[in-house]
Design a protein around this ligand. Structure first.
Ligand SMILES: *Cc1c(COP(=O)(O)O)cnc(C)c1O
Length: 414
């Protein structure tokens, strides 16, 4: 029975062009990376798929800090935070974060989690009790969706980024407590949530606003503190989740919020209470990562990254203007996530394969990660990409567009 089920599932996915494949990366996260091909050979690909936006994962200071941390603290933490896993290294990171976010949150405190997925599950389930209604953006990340599914709260989904539609739903709600839940920068579209509008609604309806800033941290704001810094927000209604495996170049996640919120999480968040704390060596190195991210080097890297974003965006815009016949479109993103939406699953995978032939890796993204009919190439940029790297990507995309046009024209003539 089981193995028939596995085979049928696989065949069904394959028929819809939805099979996923695990590949081995041989290098670090640098843009030029040796990878294994399907045939087993190793060749270098130019990568536009990492979320290591500042290129910090390959920073020698992080490797040194990890070694130093391991010498000092050894291996694992040995226990959950409330038992004995919360080391001085964990506390130092929590204090760094609380200080950094002090301009944006009154009485801030931070709690660490091993991953962003865990943090989102832990926060949404702990806050989303039976007296709560959750108001979730339609394009929220899978981990927020899973948190909402697991929570006892009632769940209402509002159209993506639509403040007016959310206001109506809040108005109609009779729940004693309300929690608005949104990505800060949307992971598959790259657009930024309308946080000032959402926060005004949180004020008006006595709600909390949970922002998952996995893709804003390190990228937005002068110090790279993310979309809260970008918009200059300050409110005790804000609950911020940040992940440390993306632009911080390492691993882990945190929640930072008013201390009344974090106290509540400490009592109620099962993911925090019943899971082993991260290795202290990681926390030790995280301090270095955060200093780099928020300091002058981070600023320099954000500046370079912004220049690459503008170059790619201009190039893609021009390309689409030259090919109005193609169903391709952009999302209007100004962040390092620059998706090229192509529509059909097979077309996204064909383009990804075409790029790979040309030595460039851009992942094709299909449902359920994105809505049906909006399969796309999810291009992400890093500070370590050069102008020539971006031009090389644009050149192959221009060729692919010309080929796609030719196919369409032939199809129309047949
Ligand atoms: C990557 C991601 C997460 C999960 O973070 P991990 O640390 O990778 O588990 C959560 N939310 C969003 C929006 C993400 O993109």
């Amino acid at each position: 029975m089981w193995f028939d089920h596995f085979r049928a599932t696989r065949e069904q996915l394959a028929a819809q062009d939805l099979l996923r494949q695990l590949r081995v990366a041989h290098g670090g996260t640098a843009p030029h990376q040796p990878v294994a091909t399907a045939g087993g050979a190793v060749r270098e690909l130019l990568m536009f798929c990492s979320n290591d936006y500042l290129g910090l994962a390959a920073h020698p200071a992080l490797a040194d800090a990890l070694v130093d941390g391991a010498r000092r603290w050894g291996g694992g933490s040995g226990a959950s935070p409330l038992v004995s896993g919360h080391s001085q290294a964990h506390e130092a990171v929590a204090q760094w974060l609380a200080r950094a976010y002090a301009p944006h949150l009154p009485q801030p405190r931070a709690l660490g989690f091993c991953t962003g997925y865990m943090a989102n599950l832990g926060v949404v389930t702990a806050l989303g009790d039976a007296d709560v209604e959750l108001f979730c953006d339609a394009l929220n990340h899978a981990s927020l969706i899973d948190g909402a599914r697991l929570a006892r709260a009632r769940v209402t989904v509002y159209p993506h980024g639509d403040v007016a539609a959310l206001a109506q739903r809040l108005q109609a709600s009779t729940a004693p407590r309300k929690l608005i839940v949104t990505d800060g920068v949307f992971s598959m579209d790259g657009d930024v949530a309308p946080l000032p509008g959402l926060l005004a609604l949180a004020d008006a309806f006595d709600a909390l606003l949970l922002v998952d800033d996995a893709h804003g941290l390190g990228v937005l704001g002068q110090r790279g503190l993310g979309c809260i810094e970008h918009f200059g927000l300050n409110s005790r209604r804000l609950v911020l989740v940040g992940t440390l495996g993306k632009s911080a170049g390492l691993a882990g996640a945190f929640v930072v919020a008013h201390q009344a919120v974090t106290d509540h999480l400490l009592q109620k968040s099962r993911n925090y209470i019943f899971s082993t704390a991260s290795p202290p060596a990681i926390e030790h190195a995280l301090l270095t990562a955060l200093e780099l991210l928020a300091g002058p080097e981070g600023q320099r890297r954000r500046h370079d990254l912004q220049a690459r974003c503008e170059q790619l965006r201009a190039g893609l815009t021009r390309l689409l203007q030259q090919h109005p016949e193609l169903p391709w479109r952009l999302t209007g993103s100004s962040t390092p996530i620059q998706p090229l939406v192509v529509g059909a699953n097979a077309e996204a995978m064909r383009l990804a394969a075409r790029l790979e032939q040309a030595g460039i890796r851009v992942p094709g993204i299909r449902p359920p990660t994105v809505p049906a009919g909006t399969a796309r190439l999810r291009i992400t940029l890093c500070a370590s990409h050069t102008e020539a790297d971006v031009e090389r990507l644009l050149r192959v995309l221009r060729d692919s567009a010309a080929e796609a046009q030719q196919t369409e024209t032939e199809g129309a003539g047949a």
